[in-house]
Design a protein around this ligand. Structure first.
Ligand code: SAH
Length: 418
């Protein structure tokens, strides 16, 4: 899950109560999604992915709103959460593990918490339905091709996982087959058979993960079909996304989140902006037209390669990307006497470390726009910045993860004028 997710197997003006409820309901759509009936997914208990199973959507939003208000009490005013009109099948990235029962039945699904027991999943209310269909058919192919499954406990066997990414705007589909070895018997025929069943697939990649780790993807990749990545469109900009690059899992709400973040930044077209933890450059590229200059910094080399290609593809000339630790990069900027007017930061769930936050303070931007999928670390980091000359102006929760307890939040901080 940053689903704020890393690709691991283990599974962000004071309104009165009544006003708030109205806004929440409006944003959640006309029809009460999820209804009042206690709809349960058959895998809910064992899968554990959807902590809010059975709760009407409006109640989920209220719970998230209250949670954020209690966390940020006396730190930052919390605006009404922005919910989804249709909170189903929103995930553009789907991961499945595979295994075989003693009677030969092939299972696909997710691991039960803290175990290697597979919880079989046929279809999921939050995952992309096309991806679920591809996974079901891969199960059949694995059987007919007599592919051996990897055993997480013994470390023996071949086939480990499937990761599917679909560009909701482009329809492009990337299938990543994760195996413990590059020797995949009849791989060309396997690819042909999969494409015959699902001609919508635009790329297939073999990823080799021979490590006993909770990370889904290994280092090595062999492109079996297509370009080896998908493209998607967010806020009118095109992005390419490689298997190992981070990309928000709910593109519909990501547009809402990014637009809010850019609005909060109050750009006039002149500012020098840092996009820290920039991933494939989404936020920076989308905001570049409202800023003077954008500098993106990101640790993952695949993501930086995507970001540079994305800037070129969108013909953006006022943006540069650097592969570096965001904190080290900003510290060195401050030491060289370089300035930034605004810092956007979109850290992983663990939040930012003190080295990063102190580098922001040294860089001394007028405003900080903090996007977070870890509200607890956001609260911790805001307290740090408030003690060092910033005011937390407003926090907007955006529901990127319906049916789960996760919250995404965008928060504006301003330098207190002395
Ligand atoms: N802003 C992007 C990505 C956010 S996810 C988007 O909205 O799509 C967080 C990103 O931080 C990931 O791409 C991860 O690779 C990167 N990251 C993690 N630790 C980092 C560090 N110390 N310095 C720079 N980037 C880091």
């Amino acid at each position: 899950m940053r689903d704020c997710e890393e690709d691991t197997m283990d599974g962000k003006k004071k309104t009165t109560e009544i006003q708030k409820k109205t806004v929440i309901q409006k944003r959640a759509g006309k029809k009460p999604a999820g209804g009042s009936e206690r709809q349960m997914c058959p895998a809910a208990e064992k899968c554990g992915g959807c902590a809010y199973q059975g709760l009407p959507y409006e109640i989920q939003l209220e719970k998230k709103q209250r949670y954020m208000e209690s966390l940020l009490k006396n730190i930052c005013p919390v605006r009404p959460i922005i919910g989804m009109d249709n909170p189903y099948n929103y995930r553009n990235k789907v991961h499945a593990v595979f295994g075989r029962l003693y009677d030969g039945t092939i299972l696909s699904g997710t691991y039960e918490k803290n175990s290697h027991r597979i919880v079989p999943i046929e279809s999921c209310m939050i995952e992309d339905a096309c991806a679920d269909a591809i996974i079901r058919d891969i199960r059949g192919l694995l059987k007919s091709f007599k592919i051996k499954f990897y055993n997480e406990d013994s470390g023996i066997g071949l086939f480990r996982h499937v990761l599917i990414r679909r560009g909701f705007a482009t329809g492009q589909v990337l299938v990543v087959l994760v195996t413990a070895s590059p020797v995949f018997p009849s791989k060309n025929n396997f690819v042909k058979a999969l494409l015959k069943l699902h001609p919508e697939i635009t790329s297939i990649v073999l990823n080799i993960n021979d490590k006993n780790t909770s990370m889904i993807l290994g280092e090595r990749e062999i492109v079996l079909y297509g370009k080896g990545y998908i493209e998607d469109v967010l806020c009118g900009r095109a992005f390419r996304i490689s298997p190992k690059s981070f990309y928000q899992v709910n593109p519909v709400q990501t547009e809402v989140l990014y637009r809010k973040a850019i609005e909060l930044a109050g750009l006039t077209g002149k500012e020098r902006v840092i996009d820290a933890y920039c991933g494939i450059g989404t936020i920076g590229i989308i905001m570049s037209r409202y800023a003077g200059e954008v500098i993106g910094v990101e640790l993952n080399p695949d993501a930086v390669r995507d970001a540079k290609a994305n800037a070129k593809r969108n013909e953006i000339h006022n943006i540069r990307f650097f592969q570096n630790d965001a904190g080290k990069f900003m510290l060195s900027m401050a030491e060289q006497g370089k300035k930034a007017d605004i810092v956007f930061m979109d850290s992983p769930r663990t939040g930012s470390d003190e080295a990063f936050l102190s580098s922001v303070v040294k860089l001394n931007p007028k405003r900080i726009v903090y996007i977070s999928c870890g509200p607890e670390t956001l609260a911790r980091d805001l307290k740090y910045l408030v003690k060092r000359g910033y005011r937390a102006e407003e926090a907007w929760p955006v529901d990127l993860f319906p049916w789960t307890s996760h919250v995404e939040v965008v928060c504006l901080m301003s330098k207190v004028e002395k």
